[in-house]
Design a protein around this ligand. Sequence first.
Ligand SMILES: C[S@@+](CC[C@H](N)C(=O)[O-])C[C@H]1O[C@@H](n2cnc3c(N)ncnc32)[C@H](O)[C@@H]1O
Length: 263
Amino acid sequence: MQQALSSTERGYDLVATKFDRTPFRTPEPIVLEMAKQIGEVDDALDVCCGTGAALGPLRARARKRVVGLDFSRGMLDEAERRLATAPGTAKVELVLGDALAMPFQDEFDVVTSVGAFGHILREDEDRFLAGIFRALRPGGSFVFVTSEVPAATTPWFWMAHGFNAVMRVRNALLKPPFIMYYLTFMWPEIRATLVRAGFEVTAERDLFAKPPGADSSSQAAESFRTRPSSATPAVRRAPSLLRNEELGAYPRAILVRARKPRA
Ligand SMILES: C[S@@+](CC[C@H](N)C(=O)[O-])C[C@H]1O[C@@H](n2cnc3c(N)ncnc32)[C@H](O)[C@@H]1O
């Protein structure tokens, strides 16, 4: 109850010690496959890292430094506890900060964010992506997992829209707001927003259809390529989070790579 009346960061502070037992922690198969697809890098940043779901797998593949940023002190404390025994030799840094005002410039080969796009309002998407673009070295990539909007015939579609409606009412009536909405950063709508931010975008389907650990160079993988252009396509606003409930939707999960051009 206290959590429902809190700001987003306070809400996460309150749930932090129990968070890994909730359906809101990004499931292991997703973060493991994402890290595998990323491969070895020098420096990695995970934005809205929470208790560190992606930080562990990223550390195992990073040579120098893994940074997790989150605005909940409680979540960062849990991440610190869990990462103490995570495999790898990369230095781990946990930064208390706002994903919409990140202090990094040309520092990372890869930036990830999992299970957190629902906390980014539509009107903040450009600012969020600009911070990620700045944080990346030229040639570096923002990598994340999303999916398409589920069909209107599925319960998931109606559950997500119902949840969003309740949150809109809650946030109209109560302050501080708790920012959390489903069906944001969905493919393909998010492609236009990424291109507008300056990224070159590719996306791959079906990686998650295979058992974790199986070879991912499947012929079934479908790729899309777009380059930044001056003509910015209209962004259709689709209602984002890939959650445990969506494990059944693995075949629909899409791995997006948004690359910062070298020149
Ligand atoms: C659902 S949790 C996901 C945590 C983790 N990435 C995972 O997948 O398990 C969302 C996290 O985003 C953080 N968060 C939300 N909005 C944020 C913002 N504007 N700046 C920094 N962190 C934010 C919350 O504190 C929380 O830890």
